[in-house]
Design a protein around this ligand. Structure first.
Ligand SMILES: Nc1ncnc2c1ncn2[C@@H]1O[C@H](COP(=O)(O)OP(=O)(O)OP(=O)(O)O)[C@@H](O)[C@H]1O
Length: 227
């Protein structure tokens, strides 16, 4: 039986605008298994990003729990939550969020250095991971010297360099043309298989979603089985 890397139970989230409650999630249940790729689709505003933020411990649910490697994120300190995030999670966003003043290699090495891997080893592992995403010839380029697709591949390398148990990706291909989106998706799929990371990917692209192990649709604040 595969191990669950991240799960949520009866997850509710409302935003408050003044006294006015805006409910977004109404009891979401989900379990992601090691090495599994789940695609989450749903209409704009249905709460997909909200769900990813809660799963990543970046925001708190109104009710319900998120378990990361069996630890309830609500029951640990802020510091511990940060450590769990750093240890087990990788994030990829629609916009790459690479730091502009650093090279691709330095950007990818950063999550390792935050984990106190020494600089030389971190830079070596970063170069290797950039090789895995086909950017071995772009190590010393800064983000502005990379194409959109290359930047997104560097962002994927940065998310995976720590060999996280789970990658949370919010429209990782949303900003790319069809061909580049397809190749970034292929790459994520390949790395997902290679490092056995579980992945949850929010996407508007139903064609790409159909290549995931499971496709879930967020409708009226709950996840439904099939698209
Ligand atoms: N910080 C916030 N305060 C108040 N309302 C918010 C906040 N963040 C999101 N919302 C609202 O919650 C709902 C869900 O937003 P969310 O970004 O999770 O949707 P989404 O499915 O990811 O949308 P999209 O596909 O357009 O990115 C929206 O109606 C949005 O306006």
């Amino acid at each position: 039986m595969s191990k669950t890397v991240i799960a949520c139970r009866n997850l509710h989230k409302s935003y408050f605008q003044g006294k006015h409650e805006v409910p977004v999630l109404h009891g979401v249940n989900l379990a992601l298994y090691e090495g599994e790729l789940i695609a989450i689709i749903g209409a704009s505003g249905s709460g997909k990003s909200t769900l990813l933020h809660l799963l990543g411990g970046l925001d708190k649910p109104t009710q319900g729990e998120v378990l990361l490697q069996d630890q309830d994120l609500a029951k640990v300190s802020e510091q511990q939550r940060g450590r769990l995030r750093n240890q087990f999670l990788g994030f990829v966003y629609q916009f790459h969020h690479l730091l502009p003043e650093f090279t691709a290699q330095e950007n990818v090495a950063m999550p390792l250095m935050i984990r106190r891997v020494d600089k030389r080893a971190a830079m070596e592992q970063a170069a290797q991971m950039l090789g895995n995403v086909g950017l071995e010839h772009r190590l010393t380029h800064t983000p502005s010297e990379l194409s959109g697709g290359e930047r997104q591949r560097a962002a994927v390398a940065r998310a995976l360099v720590t060999l996280p148990a789970c990658v949370l990706a919010d429209e990782p291909t949303g900003n790319l043309d069809r061909h580049t989106a397809e190749s970034v998706f292929d790459l994520m799929l390949r790395l997902n298989r290679k490092v056995n990371a579980g992945m949850i990917m929010v996407t508007h692209d139903t064609h790409l979603a159909s290549r995931a192990d499971r496709v879930l649709r967020l409708v009226d604040g709950v996840l439904t089985g099939q698209a």
